[in-house]
Write a protein that binds this ligand. Structure first.
Ligand SMILES: [Zn+2]
Length: 240
């Protein structure tokens, strides 16, 4: 059986790696205008690669003033592209959260304009992310919360947004994983190098499968369901 990888940066190391031999479908996220063309080239060469374009908070300070227009052009020319990786990050290397929020809101507006799903990055800013989502896009809009690590009390609030999908990597928080209904879980390598990507995806799958087995399910069902969840995310057209 082949797997889906909900989140990775495969353009940074090329295709000839074990991960992609196992993959049926993989979302490849750009993070700044300088890598969007590489993502596009890779997705042109391999139909399993699903391109996503976005400005990640880590690269906000370096982006040229016209980045949003570049993104708009690229989305217009690439109907199969989703938006990502975008979000909020409260770590020392990131710019002020207010600036990040402006960029996030502009890209969420673009998701509405082009009717695209969105992959989100969040580090220690979950309350603020939820507020922005609730204000900017309808609750049934397809958003993927990559490497989901929100505090326990916030999990029901993210679950209440019916379009949310929850993605887990090689070292997920098992307590969090147990709180998420199985049909809303996908797994990811978050691959940015060929050396670790295959191991990461295997680790993520194993963690998710072990929780599912504890809950009385079979591993094959888990894989099929994660594949179906990712397909729904990519193909879902939110209601007008
Ligand atoms: Zn990533």
């Amino acid at each position: 059986m082949r797997f889906s990888d909900a989140h990775g940066h495969f353009h940074t190391f090329g295709l000839e790696k074990p991960l992609l031999e196992k993959c049926r479908r993989a979302i490849c996220c750009g993070t700044h205008p300088g890598d969007w063309q590489e993502v596009l080239c890779l997705s042109d060469r391999d139909s399993r690669i699903e391109p996503a374009f976005g400005l990640h908070p880590w690269y906000l300070a370096e982006a040229q003033p016209d980045w949003l227009e570049t993104l708009r052009g690229l989305l217009g020319e690439t109907p199969r592209a989703s938006i990502g990786e975008i979000g909020l990050d409260r770590t020392r290397r990131s710019p002020a959260l207010d600036e990040q929020e402006v960029a996030l809101r502009s890209q969420l507006a673009m998701a509405l304009e082009f009717r695209r799903p969105v992959t989100l990055h969040c580090v220690r800013a979950w309350g603020r992310l939820l507020r922005v989502l609730d204000e900017a896009i309808p609750p049934d809009w397809p958003v993927m919360l990559h490497d989901f690590r929100a505090p326990g009390e916030m999990i029901p609030l993210f679950l209440a947004r019916s379009g949310s999908l929850f993605s887990f990597g090689a070292l997920p928080c098992i307590e969090t994983l147990r709180e998420i209904p199985a049909h809303r879980i996908v797994y990811e390598s978050d691959a940015f190098s060929g050396a670790t990507s295959s191991r990461s995806l295997d680790g993520a799958r194993k963690a998710i499968i072990s929780v599912a087995i504890q809950q009385g399910e079979e591993s094959l069902v888990v894989n099929e369901r994660a594949n179906a969840a990712l397909d729904r995310f990519l193909e879902h057209s939110p209601a007008a």
